[in-house]
Write a protein that binds this ligand. Structure first.
Ligand SMILES: NC(=O)C1=CN([C@@H]2O[C@H](COP(=O)(O)OP(=O)(O)OC[C@H]3O[C@@H](n4cnc5c(N)ncnc54)[C@H](O)[C@@H]3O)[C@@H](O)[C@H]2O)C=CC1
Ligand SMILES: Nc1nc(=O)c2c([nH]1)NC[C@@H]1CN(c3ccc(C(=O)N[C@@H](CCC(=O)O)C(=O)O)cc3)CN21
Length: 297
């Protein structure tokens, strides 16, 4: 199924994201995660590919996406990065995605870092989007976007101009970088619409439930921390159970505000944490259902 069609039939599209285990972990961990997530009302589940430039098992992305489809009958989205791939590598990956019935691909440049050696066949995500569409137009391509501007861009206007290239190359739907201040998202949406972007945009939400996540996430994703968020984290920093409750509540409040403001897509970065994803989903399930009872037009 082409997941862009979901936006024709539903008001709110709700999705989850998981990552393959690191090279040092057993692959069983992700099977347990997916088993734990079964039954949550996700319209699609995306699977990262070398997330954060880290040492996750890239070869597992296709296998995990395939399992999501066959075992759980949920539509998968496979992430694909291009910075350290040759065109031939990408062709091979596309062939195996196709052979496994995976139609939706999040086309990404990929994080730069010591674990990544650029191959110089691709430098930006729009080139990958174009390549995928030229190779097989039946793939549905998604792209990433940045409410607080990508760290490589000097201005948000320039970043949005580059984003338009991704859409011209065939991206039918965007997922945002995580953010903790919904106003950044609303300002970004206004600018994107002003500049003629009409594809649906899912808001990426990451629950922060432990202190070690914060530093890593902020440096990797460039999200700013609002005062209310930092106050909360500092207050409960030494009590893991309390911090977890507070982090979940913060994410739930963000999502309720987004849905109340007619945002069409919510994408939850689960970080493979079943308890957190379940508690958040249960807290917003009725709100999503209530909006989806209202017809879009
Ligand atoms: N591995 C994964 O599963 C995920 C990775 N990410 C990461 O987010 C980061 C950004 O990825 P993308 O958004 O796909 O990169 P991108 O290539 O779209 O953009 C990266 C930077 O280059 C600029 N840019 C884009 N196209 C350009 C062009 N044609 N000419 C000149 N400048 C251009 C952008 O404005 C931005 O500053 C990466 O580090 C990516 O790996 C994000 C989500 C998931
Ligand atoms: N720049 C960037 N790269 C990404 O890969 C990425 C984004 N942004 N933004 C959206 C999501 C968030 N992603 C993330 C964020 C953090 C970790 C992370 O902290 N990974 C830990 C392992 C955590 C664990 O095992 O529980 C690591 O050490 O890699 C992974 C993926 C992937 N995506």
């Amino acid at each position: 199924m082409n997941i862009a069609n979901l936006f024709q039939s539903k008001k709110i599209v709700y999705s989850l994201e998981v990552f393959p285990p690191k090279k040092t972990s057993s692959v069983d961990t992700i099977y347990n995660t997916l088993y734990g997530l079964r039954g949550l009302p996700a319209d699609f589940i995306s699977v990262t590919y070398g997330a954060g430039g880290s040492d996750t098992q890239r070869s597992k992305t296709c296998e995990i996406a395939s399992l999501i489809k066959s075992e759980y009958q949920i539509e998968p989205v496979s992430h694909l990065t291009c910075l350290n791939s040759t065109k031939e590598d990408i062709r091979q990956t596309l062939d195996s995605l196709k052979a496994n019935g995976i139609q939706n691909i999040l086309a990404l440049r990929g994080d730069k870092g010591p674990a990544v050696t650029p191959k110089n066949d691709f430098t930006h995500a729009n080139e990958l989007a174009e390549f995928i569409k030229a190779y097989d137009p039946s793939f549905n391509v998604l792209g990433a976007c940045y409410p607080e501007c990508h760290c490589d861009s000097e201005t948000i206007d320039q970043d949005i101009e580059n984003l338009k290239l991704k859409i011209e190359a065939g991206a039918s739907h965007l997922i945002t970088q995580l953010f903790f201040n919904n106003n950044h998202f609303y300002e970004f949406m206004d600018k994107a619409i002003q500049k003629g972007i009409t594809v649906p945009i899912s808001a990426g939400i990451m629950p922060i439930i432990n202190k070690s996540q914060i530093e890593r996430t902020v440096s990797m994703c460039g999200a700013s921390l609002p005062r209310a968020f930092s106050t909360m984290i500092n207050k409960y920093a030494d009590d893991p159970q309390a911090l977890k409750d507070a982090g979940i509540a913060y994410a739930v409040n963000q999502i309720i505000d987004l849905i109340s403001n007619d945002v069409r897509g919510i994408h939850l970065y689960t970080m493979n944490n079943v308890e957190t994803a379940s508690r958040i989903t249960e807290s917003i399930e009725n709100i999503i259902k209530s909006q989806n009872r209202i017809t879009k037009r």
